[in-house]
Write a protein that binds this ligand. Structure first.
Ligand SMILES: Cc1cc2nc3c(=O)[nH]c(=O)nc-3n(C[C@H](O)[C@H](O)[C@H](O)COP(=O)(O)OP(=O)(O)OC[C@H]3O[C@@H](n4cnc5c(N)ncnc54)[C@H](O)[C@@H]3O)c2cc1C
Length: 417
Protein backbone atom coordinates (compact mmCIF):
# COMPACT_ATOMS: atom_id res chain seq x y z
CA UNK A 1 0.00 0.00 0.00
CA UNK A 2 1.31 3.50 -0.91
CA UNK A 3 2.49 5.57 2.06
CA UNK A 4 0.29 8.52 2.99
CA UNK A 5 1.25 11.95 1.69
CA UNK A 6 2.12 14.14 4.68
CA UNK A 7 1.30 17.82 5.02
CA UNK A 8 1.11 20.11 8.04
CA UNK A 9 -2.59 20.85 7.61
CA UNK A 10 -5.59 19.58 5.66
CA UNK A 11 -8.43 22.02 5.08
CA UNK A 12 -11.75 20.25 4.54
CA UNK A 13 -14.02 22.30 2.28
CA UNK A 14 -12.89 24.62 -0.50
CA UNK A 15 -15.57 27.27 -0.19
CA UNK A 16 -14.40 30.83 0.37
CA UNK A 17 -13.93 30.12 4.11
CA UNK A 18 -11.68 27.09 3.58
CA UNK A 19 -9.73 28.72 0.76
CA UNK A 20 -8.91 31.78 2.89
CA UNK A 21 -7.97 29.58 5.87
CA UNK A 22 -5.64 27.60 3.59
CA UNK A 23 -4.00 30.79 2.29
CA UNK A 24 -3.42 32.10 5.81
CA UNK A 25 -1.99 28.80 7.06
CA UNK A 26 0.32 28.73 4.06
CA UNK A 27 1.43 32.32 4.74
CA UNK A 28 2.49 31.12 8.20
CA UNK A 29 4.80 28.49 6.76
CA UNK A 30 2.48 25.46 6.84
CA UNK A 31 2.21 23.00 3.98
CA UNK A 32 -1.50 22.71 3.23
CA UNK A 33 -3.77 20.34 1.32
CA UNK A 34 -7.20 21.75 0.45
CA UNK A 35 -9.86 19.13 -0.23
CA UNK A 36 -13.46 19.13 -1.41
CA UNK A 37 -15.85 16.61 -2.88
CA UNK A 38 -16.62 19.17 -5.62
CA UNK A 39 -14.50 21.82 -7.32
CA UNK A 40 -13.46 24.84 -5.22
CA UNK A 41 -16.18 27.40 -4.58
CA UNK A 42 -18.96 25.44 -6.25
CA UNK A 43 -21.45 25.44 -3.35
CA UNK A 44 -22.68 28.47 -1.40
CA UNK A 45 -19.63 30.57 -2.23
CA UNK A 46 -20.57 30.29 -5.91
CA UNK A 47 -23.71 32.33 -6.04
CA UNK A 48 -23.94 34.97 -3.34
CA UNK A 49 -24.67 38.66 -3.83
CA UNK A 50 -20.96 39.51 -3.86
CA UNK A 51 -20.97 42.00 -0.99
CA UNK A 52 -17.97 42.42 1.27
CA UNK A 53 -20.30 44.02 3.71
CA UNK A 54 -18.25 46.37 5.88
CA UNK A 55 -21.41 48.27 6.89
CA UNK A 56 -23.14 45.26 8.45
CA UNK A 57 -22.51 46.11 12.07
CA UNK A 58 -25.71 44.49 13.36
CA UNK A 59 -26.29 40.80 12.48
CA UNK A 60 -29.51 39.63 10.80
CA UNK A 61 -31.81 38.98 13.73
CA UNK A 62 -35.06 37.04 14.08
CA UNK A 63 -37.96 39.52 13.87
CA UNK A 64 -39.23 40.59 17.28
CA UNK A 65 -42.34 42.63 16.45
CA UNK A 66 -45.64 40.74 16.38
CA UNK A 67 -46.50 42.44 13.07
CA UNK A 68 -43.34 41.10 11.38
CA UNK A 69 -43.69 37.64 12.91
CA UNK A 70 -47.30 37.35 11.66
CA UNK A 71 -46.20 38.59 8.23
CA UNK A 72 -43.53 35.88 7.95
CA UNK A 73 -45.75 33.24 9.58
CA UNK A 74 -48.26 33.70 6.73
CA UNK A 75 -45.61 32.05 4.52
CA UNK A 76 -46.45 34.48 1.74
CA UNK A 77 -43.67 37.01 2.34
CA UNK A 78 -41.08 37.75 -0.34
CA UNK A 79 -38.30 37.88 2.28
CA UNK A 80 -38.76 34.50 3.97
CA UNK A 81 -40.31 31.20 2.96
CA UNK A 82 -40.48 28.03 5.04
CA UNK A 83 -41.33 24.44 4.32
CA UNK A 84 -44.30 23.75 6.67
CA UNK A 85 -43.31 20.07 6.99
CA UNK A 86 -39.80 21.10 8.11
CA UNK A 87 -41.07 23.56 10.72
CA UNK A 88 -41.39 21.08 13.64
CA UNK A 89 -37.76 20.00 13.12
CA UNK A 90 -36.36 23.52 12.95
CA UNK A 91 -38.64 25.00 15.66
CA UNK A 92 -36.14 24.56 18.57
CA UNK A 93 -33.42 26.28 16.51
CA UNK A 94 -35.79 29.10 15.56
CA UNK A 95 -36.73 29.54 19.22
CA UNK A 96 -33.05 29.80 20.15
CA UNK A 97 -32.48 32.29 17.30
CA UNK A 98 -35.46 34.33 18.53
CA UNK A 99 -34.04 34.35 22.10
CA UNK A 100 -30.62 35.49 20.86
CA UNK A 101 -32.32 38.27 18.91
CA UNK A 102 -33.61 40.09 22.01
CA UNK A 103 -32.28 43.67 22.07
CA UNK A 104 -29.74 42.84 24.80
CA UNK A 105 -28.43 39.68 23.18
CA UNK A 106 -28.42 41.19 19.71
CA UNK A 107 -26.28 44.03 21.02
CA UNK A 108 -23.93 41.39 22.46
CA UNK A 109 -23.76 39.60 19.09
CA UNK A 110 -23.05 42.89 17.32
CA UNK A 111 -20.18 43.65 19.71
CA UNK A 112 -18.83 40.12 19.22
CA UNK A 113 -18.87 40.44 15.43
CA UNK A 114 -17.58 43.99 15.16
CA UNK A 115 -13.82 43.20 15.33
CA UNK A 116 -14.22 40.85 12.34
CA UNK A 117 -16.51 43.16 10.36
CA UNK A 118 -14.18 46.13 10.88
CA UNK A 119 -11.30 44.23 9.24
CA UNK A 120 -13.23 42.51 6.46
CA UNK A 121 -12.28 44.76 3.54
CA UNK A 122 -8.63 45.27 4.58
CA UNK A 123 -8.05 41.53 4.93
CA UNK A 124 -9.66 40.79 1.54
CA UNK A 125 -7.67 43.60 -0.05
CA UNK A 126 -4.41 41.83 0.76
CA UNK A 127 -5.59 38.71 -1.12
CA UNK A 128 -7.20 40.75 -3.92
CA UNK A 129 -3.86 42.48 -4.55
CA UNK A 130 -1.77 39.31 -4.25
CA UNK A 131 -4.07 37.34 -6.58
CA UNK A 132 -4.39 40.18 -9.12
CA UNK A 133 -8.17 40.33 -8.67
CA UNK A 134 -8.83 44.06 -8.63
CA UNK A 135 -10.72 43.69 -11.94
CA UNK A 136 -13.32 41.58 -10.09
CA UNK A 137 -13.95 44.22 -7.45
CA UNK A 138 -16.18 47.28 -7.57
CA UNK A 139 -15.40 50.03 -5.04
CA UNK A 140 -18.71 51.88 -5.23
CA UNK A 141 -20.47 50.71 -2.06
CA UNK A 142 -24.03 49.41 -2.19
CA UNK A 143 -27.48 50.92 -1.93
CA UNK A 144 -30.18 50.09 0.61
CA UNK A 145 -33.34 51.35 -1.06
CA UNK A 146 -36.84 51.91 0.32
CA UNK A 147 -40.30 51.93 -1.19
CA UNK A 148 -42.08 53.89 1.56
CA UNK A 149 -41.17 57.16 3.21
CA UNK A 150 -41.79 55.57 6.63
CA UNK A 151 -39.21 52.81 6.06
CA UNK A 152 -36.69 55.30 4.71
CA UNK A 153 -37.22 57.61 7.71
CA UNK A 154 -36.66 54.69 10.12
CA UNK A 155 -33.46 53.70 8.31
CA UNK A 156 -32.23 57.28 8.17
CA UNK A 157 -32.76 57.61 11.95
CA UNK A 158 -30.84 54.36 12.53
CA UNK A 159 -27.78 55.67 10.65
CA UNK A 160 -26.70 57.53 13.81
CA UNK A 161 -25.34 54.18 15.07
CA UNK A 162 -23.43 53.69 11.81
CA UNK A 163 -22.02 57.19 12.10
CA UNK A 164 -20.84 56.45 15.65
CA UNK A 165 -18.92 53.50 14.19
CA UNK A 166 -17.25 55.76 11.64
CA UNK A 167 -19.08 54.33 8.63
CA UNK A 168 -19.48 56.52 5.57
CA UNK A 169 -22.88 56.81 3.93
CA UNK A 170 -25.14 59.22 2.08
CA UNK A 171 -28.88 59.61 2.49
CA UNK A 172 -30.57 59.97 -0.90
CA UNK A 173 -34.12 61.09 -1.65
CA UNK A 174 -35.86 59.69 -4.74
CA UNK A 175 -34.21 62.21 -7.06
CA UNK A 176 -30.79 61.67 -5.53
CA UNK A 177 -31.19 57.91 -5.85
CA UNK A 178 -32.08 58.15 -9.55
CA UNK A 179 -29.18 60.55 -10.13
CA UNK A 180 -26.90 57.81 -8.77
CA UNK A 181 -28.66 54.84 -10.37
CA UNK A 182 -30.68 56.24 -13.30
CA UNK A 183 -32.35 52.92 -14.17
CA UNK A 184 -34.12 52.55 -10.82
CA UNK A 185 -37.80 53.45 -11.02
CA UNK A 186 -39.87 55.89 -8.96
CA UNK A 187 -41.19 52.92 -6.93
CA UNK A 188 -38.22 53.66 -4.68
CA UNK A 189 -38.55 56.83 -2.63
CA UNK A 190 -35.19 57.01 -0.87
CA UNK A 191 -32.02 55.16 -0.02
CA UNK A 192 -28.92 54.88 2.10
CA UNK A 193 -25.80 54.60 -0.02
CA UNK A 194 -23.22 52.71 2.06
CA UNK A 195 -19.79 53.77 0.85
CA UNK A 196 -17.31 51.56 2.75
CA UNK A 197 -18.33 48.09 1.49
CA UNK A 198 -17.02 46.73 -1.79
CA UNK A 199 -18.67 44.28 -4.13
CA UNK A 200 -17.46 41.45 -6.31
CA UNK A 201 -18.52 40.98 -9.96
CA UNK A 202 -18.18 37.19 -9.78
CA UNK A 203 -17.76 35.55 -6.35
CA UNK A 204 -16.83 32.18 -7.86
CA UNK A 205 -14.12 33.79 -10.01
CA UNK A 206 -12.72 35.48 -6.89
CA UNK A 207 -12.58 32.14 -5.06
CA UNK A 208 -10.78 30.62 -8.05
CA UNK A 209 -8.26 33.49 -8.14
CA UNK A 210 -7.54 32.85 -4.45
CA UNK A 211 -7.15 29.14 -5.21
CA UNK A 212 -4.74 30.10 -8.00
CA UNK A 213 -2.71 32.14 -5.51
CA UNK A 214 -2.70 29.18 -3.10
CA UNK A 215 -1.48 26.86 -5.88
CA UNK A 216 1.19 29.34 -7.04
CA UNK A 217 2.57 29.27 -3.50
CA UNK A 218 2.82 25.48 -3.48
CA UNK A 219 -0.61 24.56 -2.12
CA UNK A 220 -2.39 21.44 -3.38
CA UNK A 221 -6.06 20.66 -4.00
CA UNK A 222 -7.56 17.16 -4.08
CA UNK A 223 -11.05 15.75 -4.30
CA UNK A 224 -12.07 13.84 -1.18
CA UNK A 225 -15.07 13.04 0.95
CA UNK A 226 -14.52 14.69 4.33
CA UNK A 227 -16.42 11.76 5.84
CA UNK A 228 -13.22 9.72 5.49
CA UNK A 229 -11.53 11.86 8.17
CA UNK A 230 -9.97 9.59 10.79
CA UNK A 231 -7.90 10.22 13.89
CA UNK A 232 -4.49 8.50 14.00
CA UNK A 233 -1.74 8.24 16.61
CA UNK A 234 -0.07 11.51 15.66
CA UNK A 235 -2.71 13.42 13.73
CA UNK A 236 -5.43 12.98 11.15
CA UNK A 237 -5.89 11.33 7.79
CA UNK A 238 -8.28 11.78 4.88
CA UNK A 239 -8.69 9.54 1.84
CA UNK A 240 -8.49 11.62 -1.34
CA UNK A 241 -8.83 10.57 -4.99
CA UNK A 242 -5.01 10.54 -5.12
CA UNK A 243 -4.54 8.48 -1.96
CA UNK A 244 -4.38 9.05 1.78
CA UNK A 245 -3.13 12.35 3.14
CA UNK A 246 -2.00 12.71 6.74
CA UNK A 247 -1.63 15.92 8.75
CA UNK A 248 -1.12 17.08 12.30
CA UNK A 249 -3.93 19.63 11.94
CA UNK A 250 -7.25 19.46 10.13
CA UNK A 251 -9.65 22.36 9.61
CA UNK A 252 -13.37 21.70 9.15
CA UNK A 253 -14.75 24.44 6.87
CA UNK A 254 -17.55 22.51 5.22
CA UNK A 255 -20.07 25.35 5.40
CA UNK A 256 -23.61 24.07 5.90
CA UNK A 257 -22.30 20.47 5.96
CA UNK A 258 -19.94 21.05 8.90
CA UNK A 259 -22.47 19.96 11.54
CA UNK A 260 -22.61 16.40 10.21
CA UNK A 261 -18.84 15.95 10.48
CA UNK A 262 -18.67 17.66 13.87
CA UNK A 263 -21.39 15.32 15.19
CA UNK A 264 -19.46 12.29 13.95
CA UNK A 265 -16.60 13.38 16.20
CA UNK A 266 -18.84 13.97 19.21
CA UNK A 267 -19.84 17.64 18.89
CA UNK A 268 -23.52 18.51 18.55
CA UNK A 269 -23.54 22.00 17.06
CA UNK A 270 -26.85 23.82 16.43
CA UNK A 271 -26.04 24.56 12.79
CA UNK A 272 -29.06 25.35 10.61
CA UNK A 273 -29.33 26.20 6.94
CA UNK A 274 -30.78 29.44 5.64
CA UNK A 275 -31.25 28.61 1.99
CA UNK A 276 -31.22 31.27 -0.73
CA UNK A 277 -31.57 31.45 -4.51
CA UNK A 278 -30.27 33.46 -7.38
CA UNK A 279 -31.20 34.07 -11.01
CA UNK A 280 -29.48 36.21 -13.63
CA UNK A 281 -31.41 38.55 -15.91
CA UNK A 282 -30.53 40.53 -18.98
CA UNK A 283 -30.79 44.24 -18.24
CA UNK A 284 -33.79 45.92 -19.87
CA UNK A 285 -33.06 48.16 -22.91
CA UNK A 286 -30.66 50.92 -21.84
CA UNK A 287 -30.87 49.87 -18.18
CA UNK A 288 -28.11 48.87 -15.79
CA UNK A 289 -26.74 49.15 -12.27
CA UNK A 290 -23.37 50.45 -11.07
CA UNK A 291 -23.52 48.71 -7.69
CA UNK A 292 -25.71 46.22 -5.76
CA UNK A 293 -29.12 47.44 -4.59
CA UNK A 294 -31.09 45.92 -1.73
CA UNK A 295 -34.85 46.40 -1.89
CA UNK A 296 -35.18 46.60 1.87
CA UNK A 297 -38.91 46.05 2.21
CA UNK A 298 -39.08 43.25 -0.38
CA UNK A 299 -35.93 41.50 0.87
CA UNK A 300 -33.92 40.81 -2.29
CA UNK A 301 -30.70 42.15 -3.79
CA UNK A 302 -30.09 43.08 -7.42
CA UNK A 303 -26.36 42.92 -8.09
CA UNK A 304 -24.63 43.70 -11.38
CA UNK A 305 -22.48 40.64 -12.10
CA UNK A 306 -20.25 39.49 -14.93
CA UNK A 307 -23.09 37.25 -16.17
CA UNK A 308 -25.95 39.75 -15.89
CA UNK A 309 -28.10 41.29 -13.18
CA UNK A 310 -28.14 38.76 -10.34
CA UNK A 311 -31.26 38.67 -8.17
CA UNK A 312 -30.53 37.00 -4.82
CA UNK A 313 -33.45 36.06 -2.59
CA UNK A 314 -33.90 36.21 1.16
CA UNK A 315 -34.16 33.15 3.37
CA UNK A 316 -35.83 29.78 2.88
CA UNK A 317 -36.05 27.49 5.91
CA UNK A 318 -36.08 23.96 4.52
CA UNK A 319 -34.00 20.81 4.87
CA UNK A 320 -30.53 20.94 3.35
CA UNK A 321 -31.44 18.15 0.94
CA UNK A 322 -34.97 19.29 0.13
CA UNK A 323 -35.54 19.92 -3.60
CA UNK A 324 -35.21 23.51 -4.80
CA UNK A 325 -38.47 25.43 -4.73
CA UNK A 326 -39.54 27.90 -7.44
CA UNK A 327 -41.51 29.92 -4.86
CA UNK A 328 -38.88 32.38 -3.46
CA UNK A 329 -37.81 33.56 -6.88
CA UNK A 330 -41.37 33.68 -8.23
CA UNK A 331 -42.24 36.03 -5.34
CA UNK A 332 -39.20 38.28 -5.79
CA UNK A 333 -39.02 38.54 -9.57
CA UNK A 334 -42.20 40.62 -10.12
CA UNK A 335 -41.13 42.93 -7.29
CA UNK A 336 -37.68 43.29 -8.84
CA UNK A 337 -39.23 44.21 -12.18
CA UNK A 338 -41.05 47.05 -10.38
CA UNK A 339 -37.78 48.72 -9.41
CA UNK A 340 -35.53 47.97 -12.41
CA UNK A 341 -36.31 47.16 -16.07
CA UNK A 342 -35.20 43.53 -16.43
CA UNK A 343 -35.08 41.42 -19.57
CA UNK A 344 -35.25 37.65 -19.84
CA UNK A 345 -33.93 35.07 -17.37
CA UNK A 346 -30.40 33.95 -18.29
CA UNK A 347 -30.17 30.73 -16.26
CA UNK A 348 -32.07 27.52 -17.02
CA UNK A 349 -33.03 27.11 -13.34
CA UNK A 350 -32.61 29.11 -10.13
CA UNK A 351 -29.31 28.50 -8.31
CA UNK A 352 -29.70 27.33 -4.69
CA UNK A 353 -27.17 27.98 -1.90
CA UNK A 354 -27.07 27.05 1.79
CA UNK A 355 -26.03 29.70 4.30
CA UNK A 356 -24.64 27.93 7.41
CA UNK A 357 -26.21 29.65 10.43
CA UNK A 358 -25.83 29.44 14.20
CA UNK A 359 -28.60 30.78 16.44
CA UNK A 360 -26.40 33.37 18.19
CA UNK A 361 -25.43 34.90 14.83
CA UNK A 362 -21.71 34.19 15.24
CA UNK A 363 -19.52 31.64 13.46
CA UNK A 364 -17.52 28.93 15.16
CA UNK A 365 -13.80 29.63 14.71
CA UNK A 366 -11.35 27.71 16.87
CA UNK A 367 -10.29 24.36 18.29
CA UNK A 368 -12.40 21.27 18.94
CA UNK A 369 -12.39 21.18 22.75
CA UNK A 370 -11.71 17.41 23.09
CA UNK A 371 -9.46 16.66 20.08
CA UNK A 372 -5.91 17.81 19.49
CA UNK A 373 -5.34 19.19 15.99
CA UNK A 374 -9.04 19.40 15.05
CA UNK A 375 -10.17 22.94 14.16
CA UNK A 376 -13.48 24.46 13.09
CA UNK A 377 -14.37 27.43 10.92
CA UNK A 378 -18.00 27.48 9.83
CA UNK A 379 -21.37 29.16 10.41
CA UNK A 380 -20.66 32.50 8.70
CA UNK A 381 -24.31 32.70 7.60
CA UNK A 382 -25.14 35.85 5.61
CA UNK A 383 -21.54 37.08 5.67
CA UNK A 384 -19.27 34.25 4.60
CA UNK A 385 -17.73 36.17 1.70
CA UNK A 386 -17.43 39.26 3.88
CA UNK A 387 -15.70 37.48 6.75
CA UNK A 388 -13.65 34.86 4.90
CA UNK A 389 -10.27 36.60 4.81
CA UNK A 390 -10.26 37.84 8.41
CA UNK A 391 -11.80 34.61 9.66
CA UNK A 392 -9.08 32.61 7.87
CA UNK A 393 -6.43 34.78 9.48
CA UNK A 394 -7.83 34.24 12.98
CA UNK A 395 -8.07 30.48 12.42
CA UNK A 396 -4.49 30.27 11.12
CA UNK A 397 -3.19 32.30 14.05
CA UNK A 398 -4.92 29.94 16.47
CA UNK A 399 -3.55 26.85 14.70
CA UNK A 400 0.01 28.21 14.68
CA UNK A 401 -0.14 29.58 18.23
CA UNK A 402 0.48 33.15 17.07
CA UNK A 403 -0.93 36.27 18.64
CA UNK A 404 -4.47 36.67 17.28
CA UNK A 405 -5.75 39.65 15.34
CA UNK A 406 -8.95 39.68 17.43
CA UNK A 407 -10.05 38.02 20.66
CA UNK A 408 -11.23 34.52 19.60
CA UNK A 409 -13.41 33.94 22.71
CA UNK A 410 -16.78 34.96 21.16
CA UNK A 411 -16.39 32.34 18.41
CA UNK A 412 -15.37 29.36 20.58
CA UNK A 413 -17.28 26.11 20.13
CA UNK A 414 -17.41 25.76 23.92
CA UNK A 415 -20.43 28.10 23.93
CA UNK A 416 -22.43 25.13 22.59
CA UNK A 417 -20.73 21.93 23.76
C1 LIG B 1 -28.43 33.98 -1.89
C2 LIG B 1 -27.21 34.24 -1.03
C3 LIG B 1 -26.64 35.50 -1.03
C4 LIG B 1 -25.50 35.76 -0.23
N1 LIG B 1 -24.90 36.99 -0.30
C5 LIG B 1 -23.77 37.21 0.42
C6 LIG B 1 -23.07 38.45 0.30
O1 LIG B 1 -23.43 39.32 -0.49
N2 LIG B 1 -21.98 38.64 1.09
C7 LIG B 1 -21.52 37.68 1.95
O2 LIG B 1 -20.55 37.94 2.67
N3 LIG B 1 -22.15 36.48 2.04
C8 LIG B 1 -23.24 36.22 1.31
N4 LIG B 1 -23.87 35.01 1.39
C9 LIG B 1 -23.34 34.01 2.32
C10 LIG B 1 -22.09 33.34 1.79
O3 LIG B 1 -22.27 32.94 0.45
C11 LIG B 1 -21.75 32.11 2.66
O4 LIG B 1 -21.70 32.51 4.01
C12 LIG B 1 -20.43 31.51 2.26
O5 LIG B 1 -20.39 31.20 0.89
C13 LIG B 1 -20.13 30.26 3.08
O6 LIG B 1 -18.86 29.80 2.66
P1 LIG B 1 -18.33 28.40 3.17
O7 LIG B 1 -16.98 28.24 2.60
O8 LIG B 1 -18.52 28.31 4.64
O9 LIG B 1 -19.37 27.34 2.55
P2 LIG B 1 -19.46 26.74 1.06
O10 LIG B 1 -19.14 27.73 0.04
O11 LIG B 1 -20.79 26.07 0.99
O12 LIG B 1 -18.29 25.67 1.04
C14 LIG B 1 -18.37 24.44 1.74
C15 LIG B 1 -17.62 23.41 0.90
O13 LIG B 1 -17.61 22.16 1.61
C16 LIG B 1 -17.73 21.14 0.64
N5 LIG B 1 -18.22 19.92 1.26
C17 LIG B 1 -19.38 19.74 1.94
N6 LIG B 1 -19.48 18.48 2.40
C18 LIG B 1 -18.34 17.84 2.01
C19 LIG B 1 -17.83 16.54 2.20
N7 LIG B 1 -18.51 15.59 2.88
N8 LIG B 1 -16.63 16.23 1.70
C20 LIG B 1 -15.90 17.15 1.01
N9 LIG B 1 -16.34 18.42 0.79
C21 LIG B 1 -17.55 18.76 1.29
C22 LIG B 1 -18.70 21.70 -0.40
O14 LIG B 1 -18.57 21.03 -1.63
C23 LIG B 1 -18.29 23.17 -0.44
O15 LIG B 1 -17.37 23.44 -1.48
C24 LIG B 1 -24.99 34.73 0.59
C25 LIG B 1 -25.55 33.45 0.56
C26 LIG B 1 -26.65 33.20 -0.26
C27 LIG B 1 -27.23 31.81 -0.29
Amino acid sequence: MAAAVKVDAVVLGAGIIGVCAALHLQARGRSVMLVDRRGPGEETSFGNAGLIERASIVPYAFPRSLRDILHYASNRASQVRYDPLFLPRIAPWLFSYWRHSSPTRLAKAAIAMLPLIERCVDEHDAFIAASGSEDLVRRAGWIEAFRTEAAFDRAAAATTVAAEHGLSFELLDGGGLRAREPSLTATLTGAVHWLDPVSVRDPHALTMRYVGLFASRGGRFQHADAGTLAAGTDGWSVVTDAGTVAARDVVVSLGAWSGTLARRHGYRVPLAVKRGYHMHYAAGPGAGLSRPVLDDEAGFVLAPMARGIRLTTGVEMAGIQAPASPVPLSRCEPLARQILPLGERLDAAPWLGCRPALPDMRPVIGPAPRHSGLWFSFGHAHHGLTLAAVSGRLLAELVTGAETVVDPAPYALTRFV
